[in-house]
Design a binder for this molecule. Sequence first.
Ligand code: SAM
Length: 271
Amino acid sequence: MTDESGKVLDHRAVGALWDENAEAWTTLTRLGYDKYRDHINTPAFMKMLPDVSGLRGLDVGCGEGHNTRLVAQRGARLTAIDIARHFVDYAQAREDQEPYGITYLHASAVELPFDDASFAFVMATMSMMDVPDQDRAIHEVARVLQPGGFFQFSILHPCFMTPRFKWVLDEAGQRVALECGDYFRTEQGTIEEWIFGSAPDELKERFAKFRIPRFFHTLSTWLNMLTAAGLAIEECAEPYASDESIAIYPSLAATRVIACFLHLRCRKPSR
Ligand SMILES: C[S@@+](CC[C@H](N)C(=O)[O-])C[C@H]1O[C@@H](n2cnc3c(N)ncnc32)[C@H](O)[C@@H]1O
C-alpha cells in the first residue's frame, strides 16, 4: 500500500501517521470520547482476560497506555510497545506520575525486541489491524510467548468493517443495517480519516482528523494466520453495547446491528 504521495506504507510509515494522531488521540481518549473503547471493547476484553496476576505480559500497540494500565492493575508485570514514539512518551509520562511498574518501549510488532518465550501472555487492543504485515507480527507474538502462554487481541470485525461499508439509515436517521463490500480486497490497505464523533465541536475543530492506516484480511485469513503460527483458538467474542450504555449514548445502538468488533484468545501449546 502507498500513501497519496506514492510512499509505501510499511510499519515505520504507519508509525509516523500514528505519531501525528498521538496528541489528539491521547487528549480525546483521556477525556472519555472513545465510547467504543470505554463502553464496549475494554469491558469485553477485560471480561475475557484470564487471571494475569503475577504473570509477565506484553502489550503490542499500547497507544497512550490506557488498557496497559488496566491490565497492570490486575497484577500483571507488563512491558508495552508501540511503533509511534509520541504515544510511548505519553504513556511513559503517565507512568512517571502514577507508577504501575510498566516498562514502555518504542518498538514494532513485526520485530519484537525480546528473546523467544519471554512472556506468559501477549495482549493487543485494537492495534493488529493497523500493522501492515500481520502474518509476521503474529509469528513474532508466537515466538515471544512461553509454551502454554496466551495471546488475546481485539480488532475491527473483518466481516463487516470491510474496505467498503456504508450504514443504512431509517427515516429517523438511525443506523439499521450495513451495506458492505470488497471483502476479498485484502492486499490493499487504506488510510481512514475520522475523529471521535462524541467530542464537542470546539475540540473537533482544534485537532485535525486522525489519519489511520488499516490493512484488511478476510476472517479465514486471520484464523489461518493464527493457526499457521502454532496458536490454538481458545475463545472468541463479538461485543456490543449494553442497554445501560445505549441509554446514555444512543449512537452505540449501531453496534447491535452487526458485529463491529472481534476479540480472540489463542494459546501456544505447552511443550
Ligand atoms: C487504535 S490504536 C490502539 C491503542 C491502544 N491499544 C488502545 O486500545 O487504546 C492502535 C495502535 O497501534 C499502534 N501500532 C500500529 N502499528 C504498529 C506496529 N507495527 N507495532 C507496534 N504498534 C503499532 C499505533 O501506533 C497505535 O498506537
